[in-house]
Design a protein around this ligand. Structure first.
Ligand SMILES: C[S@@+](CC[C@H](N)C(=O)[O-])C[C@H]1O[C@@H](n2cnc3c(N)ncnc32)[C@H](O)[C@@H]1O
Length: 291
């Protein structure tokens, strides 16, 4: 339906949204405005950019206005649209979980390389500590059908999101979500891989983060204590108990010098073959070693 004279078109609403988001200091204003339009229309972003001279019904325009207002207050785009893509999976998100970052896809890629190769009739066990939305656990289970994943998070609300993602993705049989403190709920020597993207930011920098992160993502997902290593130290200390002999521990870090520091922690704890890998931006970010 073409817009009646005077009625707002998709083009006009989109332009107004871009102006509002730009004024709010959002560098990706155009793309975000398109994603929000797509979300309220219930279509993909490409479709939302077609036929811009169509009228936007008043009820949809009101929903768009509300969504743009949230983004202008610097809520993360993914929390507003309610999902993010991760290694080909569409993962549901709420304000209770970290928005999955693209670099974590590289962490999963390394995890898949570190797992022992599939053997007929043998199921492997991977642990994902601090699972948040469950992205790492779900990607591992989706890409290695012989792997069961125990996904642990201390946040009951985050665990509920992870559980729902596993269910919606048809992975519930192979992803078990547990509320708990790191590997405390687990037995000894049971795991073929321990992977974690833990909270790793030094507490002091949290107040200076972009509002999308500092004001809207859960502090429990970000705060790594005074030097950023509080949770990582605990994982390294307990990992050797839960891992089978020579099974890998793989961690995401804040990058740069923290990756070097974490590699040092692994070596000091007796891990062998400790290595560091860079993310797509070339920053040393991931650390792995064998128990
Ligand atoms: C950086 S987020 C990672 C979320 C998700 N794995 C990802 O990569 O997007 C860290 C997660 O660890 C959880 N967490 C923090 N401390 C924990 C602890 N002691 N035991 C279990 N989970 C913890 C937080 O609730 C948060 O969901």
């Amino acid at each position: 339906m073409r817009a009646a004279p005077g009625a707002p078109t998709r083009r006009a609403e989109l332009a107004a949204a871009v102006d509002r988001l730009s004024a709010a200091g959002i560098p990706s204003a155009r793309v975000d405005a398109e994603w929000l339009l797509a979300a309220v229309l219930g279509v993909g972003r490409v479709e939302a950019r077609l036929d811009l001279d169509r009228a936007l019904p008043a009820a949809v325009a009101a929903r768009y206005e509300a969504a743009v207002g949230r983004r202008a207050r610097r809520e993360p785009l993914q929390q507003i649209v309610g999902w993010e893509a991760f290694r080909g999976l569409r993962v549901r998100l709420t304000a209770d979980v970290l928005v999955p970052r693209p670099e974590t896809e590289t962490l999963v890629e390394w995890a898949l390389e570190l797992l022992p190769p599939p053997r007929p009739g043998v199921r492997l066990l991977a642990l994902d500590l601090g699972t948040g939305s469950g992205v790492i656990a779900c990607a591992l289970a989706a890409e290695r059908r012989d792997v069961d994943v125990v996904a642990i998070d201390m946040s009951r609300a985050a665990a509920a999101v992870a559980r729902e993602n596993a269910r919606q993705l048809g992975l519930a049989e192979h992803v078990t979500v547990v509320v708990g403190d790191l590997s405390d709920p687990l037995g000894r020597g049971c795991a073929d891989l321990l992977v974690s993207n833990p909270p790793y930011l030094p507490s002091a920098i949290l107040s200076g983060l972009e509002p999308e992160v500092g004001a809207h993502e859960p502090r429990l997902a970000l705060d790594g204590g005074g030097d950023g290593l509080r949770v990582i130290r605990r994982i390294v200390t307990s990992a050797r108990e839960v891992l089978r002999p020579s099974a890998p521990l793989l961690l995401e870090t804040a990058g740069g010098s923290q990756a070097g520091a974490v590699a040092g922690l692994l070596r000091a704890a007796g891990f062998t073959g400790v290595g560091v890998r860079a993310d797509l931006a070339g920053v040393d970010r991931f650390v792995a070693g064998r128990a």
